[in-house]
Design a protein around this ligand. Structure first.
Ligand SMILES: NC(=O)c1ccc[n+]([C@@H]2O[C@H](COP(=O)([O-])OP(=O)(O)OC[C@H]3O[C@@H](n4cnc5c(N)ncnc54)[C@H](OP(=O)(O)O)[C@@H]3O)[C@@H](O)[C@H]2O)c1
Length: 290
């Protein structure tokens, strides 16, 4: 049973590969560059999701696919190329990495792309499982300077908050869906165990770092302007629309989501505060070593 993993050099994909290896799965990676870092004993095929010829070669002889697409203006095309080839080659199972509440965020480009890919999955006949993660807890590992230097928690999570999820739980859920029975046709919402609002995130970091961290607030124009300094403007717009949607429509786990994920994983999903402690220790160790 060979499983092809896309996005395998990224945050989630690399964790999915580890989880598949723990389960002794036969894994093949789709990577874009020769020499991309790959775990020992794992086969890598060089290809690009915008190049169907390379993807078909990578998919040849494969039984299952873990499909994760990067957030890009052509995400929909990349996803449908992989999906169309999975259909052509009659793969026995596709686990699609989508996003929580996609149908409520049709004005957000990377949600709309995923909703369209999900609708193709649901229309045709490749056996599938959809995983729909909330905001990744690990996104906040990039906030070191804002938190430790400026003393600000900058992500506009709003006063109500979100059920942020740890990528290690996402990876475990994906690997379980790919290597055990009972997941065909299922859609799993992947949420963390607690709701984290903007002010709560600031207060958690204050406690963990032992200094006052202020919440930057929910000024979306200011947030998009800041985002444009470190990302292309289409991406800054896309992310702004996502956070605006969190504020307007909410991004909190639905009834039963936590029980379903706990049952799937065999443990309660990881907490934001534990990630914050772990990350702060890593930052301290790295600055001691530097
Ligand atoms: N961040 C969140 O809070 C959140 C929440 C829910 C869902 N999501 C979804 O999760 C996904 C992002 O996951 P991630 O953070 O693990 O991604 P990531 O770290 O940005 O990695 C993206 C992966 O896609 C690969 N890739 C990019 N373009 C490609 C192409 N043309 N052909 C083949 N591979 C290509 C990259 O390869 P290279 O190494 O070669 O660049 C990399 O392996 C997105 O779909 C996002 O919408 C994110």
């Amino acid at each position: 049973m060979k499983i092809l993993v896309t996005g395998a050099t990224g945050h989630v994909g690399s964790e999915v590969v580890k989880e598949l290896q723990k389960r002794k799965a036969d894994v093949r990676l789709l990577v874009r560059k020769n020499g991309a870092p790959t775990p020992v004993g794992v086969q890598a095929f060089v290809g690009d999701l915008l190049d169907p010829v390379s993807v078909e070669k990578a998919m040849d002889g494969v039984d299952k696919l873990y499909l994760l697409n990067a957030v890009l203006p052509d995400e929909l095309t990349q996803g449908l190329i992989a999906y169309g080839l999975a259909k052509k080659l009659k793969l026995s199972h596709l686990v699609y990495h989508s996003i929580f509440r996609a149908e409520h965020f049709k004005d957000v480009p990377h949600f709309a792309a995923k909703l369209a890919i999900e609708s193709a999955l649901r229309e045709f006949d490749v056996p599938f499982t959809v995983i729909r993660p909330n905001y990744f807890i690990q996104n906040d590992a990039t906030l070191k300077d804002a938190l430790t230097k400026t003393g600000i928690y900058p992500m506009p999570l709003g006063p109500v908050g979100i059920s942020a999820v740890d990528i290690r739980d996402i990876a475990e859920a994906a690997a379980i869906a790919l290597t055990s029975d009972g997941h065909l046709g299922k859609t799993y919402n992947l949420n963390g165990p607690e709701v984290v609002s903007g002010p709560q995130a600031a207060s958690i970091w204050s406690k963990v770092l032992g200094k006052e961290i202020r919440y930057a607030g929910d000024d979306m124009d200011a947030f998009e302007e800041q985002m444009r300094k470190r990302a292309p403007s289409w991406s800054a717009f896309d992310i702004r629309m996502m956070f605006q949607g969190y504020l307007e429509r909410g991004f909190i786990a639905e009834d039963g989501d936590l029980a379903t994920l706990t049952n799937l994983l065999g443990h309660v999903p990881r907490r934001y505060e534990d990630f914050a402690r772990e990350t702060s220790l890593n930052w301290q160790e790295r600055s001691k070593a530097a």
